[in-house]
Structure formats: C-alpha cells, structure tokens
Design a protein around this ligand. Structure first.
Ligand SMILES: [Fe+2]
Length: 267
C-alpha cells in the first residue's frame, strides 16, 4: 500500500480559463484518469479497512452514515492529501476563489443494487418561479459548491453504475423532474465512464445521480469544495474539533483548505 498521494500537475493558465468557462456553462468537467493504479488500490483498501473496523460503526462517532464514509481526512493522511491534489484543487480555486475550503470529504460505498435518484444537492441556490423557464445563459451564475468524485473501480458500462449529470441543468432554477432520463434544453444525461482512478467534478446544483450498479461494490472517493461563505459541514458542527494529527506536516494551502482561514468579512 502506498502512503503517498502524488501531487499531480495543474493546468496552464490558458487551459484553466478554458476549463472554467466550460465548467460554468455545462456544470461539470471530466478530468479523465489521473490516479495511478497503486494510488487507486490504496484508496479502495482504506475504504474497506475503515468499513471493516467495528469502532467506525459507532453511531456517536459519525464515521459511517449509510453509504457515506465521513471525514476521510481524519482517517488517513492519504485521503487528507487528496484535498490538495492537482489538477482539480487549482480548478476548484479558480472557480470558487483562492479562499475556498473543503466543505466535506465523504467516500461513498454502494452495495450492488444501490444507487440514487436524480437530485441536486442541498438547497436550490437560484430557484425560479414556475413562469420563468430558466436562467439567462448570458448571465454567469456563481458556483458555490463543487463535488469531485473518483471511482475506485472500473465503471465502463451502464450496469457498473456510472455517475450521470444533465448538462447545463444548474441553469434550470429547479429540481429535476421525476423521470428516468431528465432532459434540460434538449440535453439528456451524460454518463461518466472511466477506469478506476478517473475523476470528474460538477456543480452541486447540476441534476445528477449515481446509477444503480448491478454486480459489485461501488467505491467512490468523493469530496466537496465550497466558497468560503458556505460553512464546512463537519459533524457535530460547532462542537467539531479537527483532530491535531490532521495538521501534521500540512502546508499553508492545505491548512486553509482544511478551514484554517485568514480573518475576513464577519469574522
Ligand atoms: Fe448528490
């Protein structure tokens, strides 16, 4: 098992600008395979190790909640270091601002047959009344929250349970309709097919789902970045204290992403 996560390489300024424009328009960006098979195996093994530890199932600790394995940065340094992995950390900063932070870091472990219905996460950020069909595409909507997902198994067919998104649907101003294949402005779902260790990111307001997988446990390393103005969601919230070991050897950028901010508006 490797104990290191490679740093990766950020995109050039020009590439970043092009990706940010595409992300803002489509609501997602597919990064392709960015993790080595060794890293991927480690991330999967750590998920399984955590899942097999009876202490992690103690409800008060909130280490595992249904399919979600909470606060993986606490569990192992390899997961903590994913937070500053390139190229997606620089993309997140380009979209959310240089003072953004990790809002949560929950790996997802689906048993065969499990999946999720179509949804956008949390509250609608820019809801519209029924008589307004969509947000004006000429107006760039700020993105507040980005999910980054990294499947740790090959997801190459629809039966493997790919994540799906509906392009542009963050401009809809509404929840997805209750349909198997929701369509927004003529565009239906896009499936993220990838070998283990691929990565993709999407605006939390985009309509998305995890398609039910048929035959294997689906392991997804996942985490969320948000603008600083969106609070971190680390249970039990005001009573949460990040364990000291999480800061071991963490540089300034990682500390900020963990929530150690400079003074700013309101505080
Ligand atoms: Fe979601």
């Amino acid at each position: 098992m490797t104990n290191e996560i490679q740093q990766g390489k950020p995109f050039s300024g020009e590439e970043t600008q092009q990706i940010v424009e595409q992300f803002n328009r489509d609501g997602y960006y597919f990064l392709g395979e960015i993790f080595t098979s060794e890293e991927t195996a480690t991330l999967k093994e750590l998920m399984e190790q955590k899942h097999n530890d009876p202490c992690m199932h103690d409800e008060a600790g909130d280490h595992i909640r249904g399919i979600s394995m909470m606060r993986m940065f606490e569990y192992h340094k390899v997961y903590r270091d994913l937070i500053v992995r390139e190229p997606y950390v620089s993309l997140a900063e380009a979209i959310l601002g240089e003072d953004c932070h990790m809002m949560s870091q929950n790996a997802i472990r689906y048993l065969p047959g499990q999946g999720g219905g179509w949804h956008s996460d949390d509250k609608l950020h820019f809801p519209l009344p029924d008589d307004v069909p969509r947000h004006d595409p000429r107006i760039p909507l700020p993105c507040f929250v980005i999910n980054v997902l990294i499947p740790l198994i090959d997801i190459e067919t629809i039966d493997d349970g790919p994540t799906q998104v509906v392009p542009g649907s963050h401009y809809s101003g509404r929840r997805p309709p209750a349909e198997e294949n929701p369509i927004f402005e003529g565009k239906g779902p896009v499936s993220f097919f990838t070998k283990a260790g691929g990565a993709y990111m999407f605006n939390s307001q985009v309509w998305h789902r995890g398609t039910p997988n048929s035959n294997q446990i689906r392991y997804i390393a996942a985490f969320t970045y948000s603008q600083r103005i969106i609070a971190q969601r680390l249970y039990p919230f005001i009573d949460y204290r990040m364990p000291e070991h999480v800061f071991d050897g963490a540089d300034e950028r990682l500390q900020r992403l963990l929530g150690r901010h400079e003074k700013g508006a309101f505080g």
